[in-house]
Design a protein around this ligand. Structure first.
Ligand code: ADP
Ligand code: ADP
Length: 218
């Protein structure tokens, strides 16, 4: 569960995120919909402890991110598509991440299989396509078997097959009882992915509602 209370972020004189209050529950995919610049990434980064709120709090499993005991085991995140560079292989990248977080190396093979990268796991990441890079990012997010998953615009730039794959994965992860929070600027994408919807515009929450209810009302 993610609990956001009075969460605000100002950059200089500009308010990016303005007194947000919402809860993201386990067991369903919660979509975070809003146009570019609405404040989605800023909100997700504050939940993940990567940005400091100007005011308010964000709790993951009842604790602020900085107080999580083993963060990668409690929260997995895929942030805005940043390509994995360098000559390291996917397997090596994940093994380092696992070692740094006291996760058994066997788990690396499990997540490689889940994201379908086993066959290319020893190739250098710099040769990966956007879709393969995204799968590697998701493998990293799943490594600690976390109860909470945060995906920022995960389908951006992917082909239809990749989009369908991510959508199915997110729904399966939620069906397992995890908390899944996913952003998009595309209503059509959210309608196919999320069962609960948070709409954000200019840093304010505009709607917090079941997807079916939202579609019927709009
Ligand atoms: P979204 O993810 O919905 O596209 P963002 O959270 O990235 O929106 O941005 C929200 C607002 O905050 C935008 O106006 C953006 O320009 C501003 N912003 C984001 N990060 C910074 C930053 N590091 N410095 C200044 N302004 C920022
Ligand atoms: P199945 O036997 O049908 O694969 P699973 O429960 O193993 O059912 O998997 C359901 C979905 O959840 C799969 O898409 C898989 O990618 C994902 N999944 C299952 N377990 C984990 C896990 N521990 N960590 C990450 N993803 C998982």
């Amino acid at each position: 569960m993610i609990e956001v209370r009075g969460l605000s972020k100002r950059y200089g004189g500009r308010t990016a995120v303005d007194r947000l209050d919402f809860t993201v529950r386990p067991g369903v995919v919660t979509g975070f919909l809003g146009p570019n610049g609405a404040g989605k990434s800023t909100t997700m980064r504050m939940i993940l402890g990567l940005d400091r709120p100007t005011a308010g709090t964000a709790l993951v499993g009842g604790r602020p991110y900085r107080d999580l005991h083993a963060p990668l085991r409690q929260v997995g995140a895929l942030l805005d598509a940043k390509a994995v560079h360098g000559g390291r292989s996917a397997r090596n990248h994940l093994r380092c991440l696992a070692a740094a977080n006291a996760i058994p190396a066997g788990r690396v093979e499990e997540v490689l299989a889940v994201v379908g990268l086993t066959a290319v796991a020893d190739r250098p990441c710099r040769g990966f396509s956007l879709g393969m890079g995204q799968r590697l990012g998701i493998a990293a997010a799943l490594l600690g078997d976390p109860a909470v998953l945060i995906f920022d615009e995960p389908v951006n730039g992917l082909d239809p097959e990749g989009i369908l794959w991510i959508r199915t994965l997110m729904r399966n992860l939620a069906a397992e009882g995890r908390t899944v929070f996913v952003s998009s600027h595309l209503m059509a994408e959210m309608a196919l992915t999320a069962e609960h919807l948070l709409v954000i515009g200019r840093g304010r929450i505009l709607a917090d509602t079941g997807m079916r209810e939202f579609i019927e009302a709009n």
